[in-house]
Write a protein that binds this ligand. Structure first.
Ligand code: AMP
Ligand code: GLY
Length: 416
């Protein structure tokens, strides 16, 4: 029986652990650091996701057969490089390959070199030059992106010169961001969707498409968040369009990364947009999306250990089978999120929910389940079609009791 170490502590990792726990090959799952939901399926180990040395030590001492890395921070810290060096099969990109997410400038340059469709852009590290460019273009809205890790505050859509000046000043002159570059790009219009694929070097295995809901409140109002809910499939993308995105975006990016000495070994997440001029790239991530993974991964019929291990090692994998069902998942978040919020509120009756519940930010204390983050639970219903899944998830979610959680009432509205 195989032993697996999963790294991370969110809903995405809970879904990975859940799917591994369904594999007949897997005898033991460790998760570092994990959460209260993961604890029900795996042995949680109190090692932070970026403690590369301690994680490696633990994996060696337990002789794990495979390590699956969830969060981007762990990849950027070099966890996968260290495991690969120690000859432990690891599902997760090298630090170099993680640049496709960590550096917007790197991703943009790669796309430009390989003719991948994305918004036209320029990049600047000097405020006066950036401002001069914005002024000379006089094209609004315009999109300003800080090129580095900016805790979700790195993208500003400026509607006039005044807003552009303020944002550029904050990003290039102020203290808040640190020294860096700014990408200035054309504003793209259309519905966005998430295209995730398993990738080993130039081999790309697509997952079902899904869509996230980034704004905090109903009708896509309020501040941007990490994602408030997701659904699959995506009715506004035809099979031909999906195939087009696979062959013109996902496959060539995987080949380009391999050709340039930064091969991918994990998940490539395309944040794509369907514009009047066709499908284009908004951004890439080097990891599973959250909360998209929670709805998509349980649909995988092929043994999860076999898939993760084959992607980690490059072993042959003929195809990956998926259940063709609809899913709607709703995030329950702490009141105040994405701003300041309290932790430690008690959550009751989670087991009454008929469907899947993945824990995003929870902890257990003396038999009680407590909130422990901004996004707390991802509650999912599966059905034959999206309207039925939506109806079911909202009928069930009311059973979960907590005085400090809120959720959107309109997840999947784009699909109806
Ligand atoms: P990013 O961090 O690059 O994913 O950007 C966050 C969000 O900003 C995206 O999900 C989009 O909604 C929006 N966005 C980013 N770039 C553009 C663009 N070029 N045109 C329109 N919206 C954009
Ligand atoms: N749900 C968006 C992301 O994972 O980046």
């Amino acid at each position: 029986m195989k032993k697996v170490l999963v790294i991370g502590s969110g809903g995405r990792e809970h879904a990975i652990v859940y799917q591994l726990s369904r594999s007949p090959q897997v005898g033991k799952i460790f998760c570092a650091p994990g959460n209260a939901g993961i604890e029900q399926l795996a042995e949680c180990v109190p090692i932070a996701e970026t403690e590369v040395g301690q994680l490696l030590q633990f994996a060696l001492s337990q002789r794990v057969d495979l390590c699956v890395v969830g969060p981007e921070a762990a990849l950027a810290a070099g966890v996968a490089d260290a495991f690969r060096e120690a000859d432990i099969p690891v599902f997760g990109h090298s630090r170099k390959a993680t640049q496709i997410e960590a550096s917007k400038d790197f991703a943009k340059r790669l796309m430009a070199r390989h003719g991948i469709p994305t918004a036209e852009y320029r990049s600047f590290d000097r405020y006066d030059e950036a401002m001069q460019y914005v002024r000379s273009r006089r094209c609004y809205p315009t999109v300003l992106k800080y090129d580095g890790l900016a805790a979700g505050k790195g993208v500003v859509i400026a509607h006039d010169e005044q807003q552009a000046r303020q944002a550029l000043h904050e990003m290039l002159v102020g203290e808040a961001f640190g020294k860096g570059r700014v990408i200035i790009e054309d504003y793209l219009e259309g519905p966005e969707f998430s295209f995730m694929a398993f990738v080993h070097h130039d081999r790309v295995y697509p997952m079902p498409l899904s869509q996230d809901h980034k704004r905090a409140f109903d009708n896509d109002e309020g501040p941007n968040t990490g994602g408030m809910g997701a659904y699959t499939p995506i009715p506004f993308i035809s099979d031909e369009e999906r195939e087009w995105a696979l062959t013109h975006i996902m496959q060539p990016v995987a080949e380009a990364m391999a050709a340039e000495g930064a091969p991918l070994t994990g998940v490539l997440y395309g944040g794509l947009i369907k514009t009047n001029q066709g499908i284009k790239v908004i951004e890439f991530n080097a990891r599973f999306g959250d909360p998209e993974t929670e709805i998509v991964l349980p649909l995988m019929q092929t043994d999860a250990y076999a898939v993760f291990h084959a992607i980690a090692t490059g072993a042959p994998l003929s195809s990956i089978q998926w259940l063709s069902r609809a899913a709607v998942g709703v995030v329950m978040a702490s009141c105040g999120y994405p701003g300041a919020y309290a932790k430690g509120a008690e959550i009751d009756h989670v087991d009454d929910f008929d469907g899947l519940v993945f824990h995003m930010g929870t902890r257990a204390q003396q038999g009680k389940l407590l909130t422990n983050g901004g996004r707390v639970l991802m509650c999912i219903a599966y059905a034959d079609d999206i309207p039925s899944a939506q109806q079911k998830v909202y009928a069930e979610i009311g059973k979960i009791r907590c005085s400090n959680l809120f959720y959107r009432k309109d997840i999947a509205h784009w699909a109806l």
